[in-house]
Design a protein. Structure first.
Lengths: 248, 356
């Protein structure tokens, strides 16, 4: 018999706690495959966030540190400065990175910190039960914006890639999605590019991955994928926002 | 090595490097800026790294990352900045990481002022952040002691895998005194840092995780109990204090850091006035030298606690004395340093009045 597909050895055998239809599992897989394909898994240190991915250290088959809410880029900075030969990445959600951790992500980018950030944006607080995030779409109802997010007073989506791309010392900034197979393959290419930047000491790299939250969006897994396509893509255009090597 | 005239903050920074510290993360705040300035200048020369963080919140989390990666790491700040670090200090204690913190205290609350104070005693010794934990707290009274205790702090942090704080004030940070640096050797028997996240290529494939999350209450209780066994060990073996002139003392002054220096001057003045006064100086504020009080309580008539605060260490003195003798308190706050004359007057009132 010929093996045509197997679980990446970048992932452990621990069963994931993610809800059915959530795309965190896919994103974990893409990151793990990337680390194995680049042959850096054994010298990688992951930094887990607070949020749905809080147990990321149980799933990635590498050394890891659990950070306080929003502080993953600072923790990653400490690790990377001590061991520049380690490959250090943070895995953060939109509450963690785009709300409580805005100072840490902006300044890690400003320093050109040679780390990679995997930023998972599902436009809502998942772990705490569906509250409004800075990334929630205008009009999107959540448990803390029951009438839908209002542009005035509650604001409009914070676009992290666009913001960080203006920072001089960043090396690679891209927004991708995993809601269909072609997009998933594109996400994998972006992750590989981002980690390659770090391996080559080019500086700060970030990949924003649009993700689903069927549980808190109140949608089926299939409808959630459709919701990404129809509602998130217009608000969060996919693409490469910064590439110091000039690629797109 | 020759004695060298140094400013307190610089002496502390030099001591850290002498003890093998190669990483510093911090944010500017008066009156401790000479520490980051010294580190930014000197750490690159010894193969280390200095990062000016965007905030004290970020700085303490960089410390967490570096400590988790196995490094000897320092941060320093002053009172309001230390308040901002409390979340991270709780995480560091929870994840059992070694690091050294320096608090060059200024007056509070709030933005307060930049003059010396000792009003962060509660915050330093009683936990400071959320949850069940302690920070080992060392309080130098002169610059040589600041050097020695800073070096010791790194050993104690590694020994117990716990944050250790050097708690001084703006006076210690800013004054100049001669100090001597002896060749430093780490304490014998420090445990290997086989828990550090350096990549599984260095661990034979065994995954190392730095973490303080325990969602099951029984696991978390076991974890906290294990941490508290370390604190019990500290309370048995790490208590440090100095008794001065206590053999014949009718009054024992209890003071630490800068106020203990002033108390010493007051004791000399009292001697000339024929008053017998001693000094009990805690060097470790946590663990507090409770048993030292048993050595002097029979002989003395009263205790006088002197602090640059409204009375914080006073609570620990009350626990130690346990009602066996009267306790008076004299404190100045807001950045005012008490004079030895003020303390002499307190002693005179104590011995002439009902307390004696």
């Amino acid at each position: 018999m010929k093996i045509v597909y197997e679980k990446s050895r970048g992932l452990t055998d621990v069963p994931m706690h993610y809800c059915p239809g959530c795309t965190h599992g896919i994103i974990h897989k893409l990151v793990a495959e990337t680390l194995v394909e680049l042959d850096v898994l054994g010298r990688t240190v992951a930094v887990a966030p607070v949020g749905c991915a809080v147990f990321a250290y149980e799933y990635f088959n590498c050394d890891a540190q659990e950070a306080a809410h929003g502080r993953a880029p600072a923790v990653a900075t400490g690790i990377k400065r001590v061991h520049p030969d380690n490959i250090v990445f943070t895995y953060q959600g939109d509450g963690d990175l785009a709300s409580i951790g805005t100072a840490e992500i902006v300044h890690a980018a400003m320093r050109g910190e040679n780390i990679t950030v995997v930023f998972v944006n599902n436009a809502i607080y998942g772990m705490t039960g569906g509250q409004m995030a800075p990334t929630t779409l205008v009009g999107q109802p959540t448990t803390t914006s029951p009438l839908g997010r209002s542009r005035l007073g509650q604001g409009a989506p914070l676009r992290v890639c666009e913001m960080l791309a203006t920072i001089e010392a960043t090396a690679y900034i891209a927004r991708v999605s995993v809601h269909n197979i072609p997009r998933l393959n594109g996400a994998k290419r972006a992750l590989k590019k981002a980690f390659q930047m770090q391996i080559e000491n080019k500086g700060f790299s970030l990949v924003e991955v649009l993700s689903t939250c069927p549980t808190n969006w109140g949608l089926s897994p299939v409808d959630s994928l459709r919701w990404v396509e129809q509602n998130m893509l217009p608000a969060y255009p996919l693409g490469v926002y910064k590439d110091i090597e000039g690629g797109t | 090595m020759a004695r060298k005239l140094m400013k307190g903050n610089e002496a502390i920074a030099a001591a850290a490097i002498n003890a093998g510290c190669r990483y510093f993360f911090g944010y500017p705040i008066t009156p401790q800026n000479e520490i980051p300035e010294y580190m930014s200048r000197e750490l690159p020369k010894v193969g280390g790294a200095y990062v000016q963080a965007e905030s004290e919140v970020a700085a303490i989390n960089m410390v967490y990352g570096a400590a988790g990666a196995g490094a000897r790491v320092l941060t320093s700040s002053s009172s309001p900045g230390i308040s901002l670090m409390q979340e991270g200090i709780s995480y560091i204690a929870g994840a059992e990481l070694p690091c050294v913190l320096v608090n060059i205290m200024r007056a509070g609350p709030g933005l307060g002022g930049v003059q010396p104070a000792q009003a962060d005693y509660f915050q330093a010794t009683k936990g400071g952040g959320h949850g069940d934990y302690r920070v080992l707290v060392l309080a130098p009274a002169n610059l040589q002691e600041a050097v020695d205790l800073t070096q010791l702090a790194f050993d104690l942090a590694d020994k117990y895998r716990n944050p250790v704080m050097v708690l001084a004030d703006g006076m210690i940070g800013q004054l100049m005194e001669p100090v001597e640096f002896s060749p430093y050797r780490p304490a014998a028997g420090l445990p290997p840092k086989d828990w550090a996240t350096t990549g599984t290529v260095h661990s034979g494939g065994r995954q190392r995780v730095i973490n303080s999350l325990y969602l099951y209450p029984d696991q978390l209780e076991n974890h906290v109990r294990a941490i508290f066994r370390k604190y019990a060990e500290m309370e048995r073996t790490e208590v440090r204090y100095e008794l001065y002139n206590c053999d014949q003392a009718d009054v024992v002054i209890v003071a630490y850091g800068t106020t203990s220096r002033i108390a010493r001057s007051a004791i000399e003045k009292c001697r000339r006035l024929g008053l017998r006064v001693g000094l009990l100086r805690p060097i470790t504020l946590y663990p507090f030298p409770l048993a030292a009080f048993d050595l002097v309580v029979e002989r003395t008539k009263a205790f006088l606690v002197v602090e640059m605060s409204m009375g914080q260490m006073l609570d620990d003195v009350k626990i130690a004395v346990a009602g066996r003798r009267p306790i008076s308190f004299y404190g100045r706050t807001g950045g005012i340093v008490p004079t030895s004359e003020e303390i002499v007057k307190q002693v005179q009132e104590l011995l002439g009045g009902r307390g004696a």
